[in-house]
Design a protein around this ligand. Structure first.
Ligand SMILES: Cc1ncc(COP(=O)(O)O)c(C=O)c1O
Length: 396
């Protein structure tokens, strides 16, 4: 179609699962939604909304990298959690997604590419495409628990690769980066002249302790330019407030140049609202209460899922260590889509692995955030439907 860019031409035809869901809803049938990952809809603690009208909320100080008071509060918060960071190396954005957009502008010419993990969070392809950038997947081998294999990363590089994206812990795979993997990855990035972009939005949500786990790349002396991304969306369960951040690290000349250029990018948009920046110290004070509630919720729901699995079942819960999701390996027959449709027919909504570019088997993805009542009822149905074996779902 003339007059529009090719990169804004996204497919708009709903896939078979979306169509079946629309029919299910149109019939007014009950639904146990185990894809719900919006933290504001599942009965978790929220801060008082009065926080968002602090004195000065209607003022305007156009500080491109963020208000110094907000960056200072954030640096104190991150340092208290073990990453010794300085406020000058923090850049505030409206969201992590926006931070990706800024990084692709900073690092890539149109037609360059960035390496993205597979399986992983599906938005990367869209975020890159909107900046004229391509994504090249590097596999997270299942044999390695969907953890990082640096040889696979290097094999995916070509002459136009500019950055490696890691999601730590993986979404939805829940596998953390380990110290040896980070050291090898940072070395490979330095050798190839690539930036390392570490998405740490779920990093605070570890379910257990692992000795060599990496919580963040921020505040470390690494040989490559590094960006650690996170935001209130997951850290405080407040996606609607639109405040994210990135920490810029690595060798000083590279880091300083990146910060100077990001200041220009940020100054062009100035997207972060004043009220949320002024409220940041109080919002960060709410984080421990929110995170304790999330951890209780996801640990409890994971136990419910493990308990619902009968001994000798043909499906398994994939081992993981953190995050908000659970991954199930299911039989290749009837496969992901038919199983999702059969579950929907039985009143349970889950996601197929192909949404996350799994491959190499059949998988389902469940959110661990729903209330215990919804989750327990859903996994009972799930165990029954999966126990029935090959199914022929009613799709009309
Ligand atoms: C791995 C990962 N990164 C980034 C985001 C986006 O976060 P934000 O709301 O800060 O844009 C999400 C949202 O689900 C995510 O799962």
């Amino acid at each position: 179609m003339s007059g529009f860019s090719a990169r804004s031409d996204f497919p708009r035809t709903p896939n078979p699962l979306a169509q079946a869901l629309a029919r299910h809803r149109a019939r007014g049938l009950p639904l146990l939604d185990v894809t719900e990952s919006n933290p504001t809809r599942v009965g978790l603690p929220a801060p008082a909304t009065g926080l968002l009208a602090p004195p000065g909320a209607c003022g305007y100080a156009p500080e491109a990298l963020g208000l110094p008071s907000a960056r200072h509060a954030l640096a104190t918060h991150l340092t208290a959690r073990g990453a010794a960071v300085s406020p000058e190396h923090l850049v505030l954005t409206a969201s992590t997604s926006e931070a990706y957009g800024w990084l692709f502008k900073l690092l890539c010419e149109p037609g360059d590419n960035v390496l993205v993990p597979a399986p992983s969070y599906p938005l990367f392809e869209h975020l890159a495409r909107l900046e004229g950038v391509e994504t090249r997947p590097y596999p997270l081998p299942r044999a390695h628990g969907f953890g990082l294999d640096v040889d696979e990363v290097e094999a995916a590089c070509d002459a136009r690769t500019r950055a490696v994206l890691v999601v730590n812990p993986g979404n939805p795979t829940g596998h953390y980066l380990h110290e040896g993997e980070l050291a090898a990855l940072a070395d490979a990035c330095a050798r190839h002249g690539l930036a390392l972009v570490s998405d740490e939005v779920f990093s605070d949500f570890a379910w257990d302790t692992e000795p060599s786990r990496v919580a963040t790349v921020a505040g470390r002396a690494l040989p490559a330019l590094t960006f650690a991304l996170s935001g209130l969306s997951k850290v405080a369960g407040l996606p609607g407030l639109k405040l994210g951040w990135m920490h810029v690290g690595g060798p000083q000349p590279l880091r300083d140049e990146a910060l100077a250029r990001l200041e220009w990018v940020a100054d062009t948009y100035l997207p972060v609202g004043t009220p949320v920046q002024l409220a940041l110290p109080e919002l960060l004070a709410h984080v421990p209460r929110f995170q304790a509630a999330v951890l209780e919720r996801v640990r409890g729901n994971r136990q419910r899922l493990l308990k619902a699995r009968p001994a000798g079942a043909t499906w398994d819960v994939v081992p993981a260590h953190g995050g908000w999701s659970a991954v199930l390996r299911i039989p290749a027959e009837p496969g992901e889509e038919a199983t999702c449709l059969a579950l929907l027919d039985a009143g349970v909504r889950v996601q197929p692995g192909y949404f996350y570019d799994f491959g190499g088997g059949a998988f389902l993805v469940l959110s661990l955030l729903p209330t215990p009542e919804v989750f327990a009822a859903a996994v009972e149905v799930l165990a029954r439907v999966l126990g029935e074996g090959p199914v022929s779902p009613r799709t009309a």
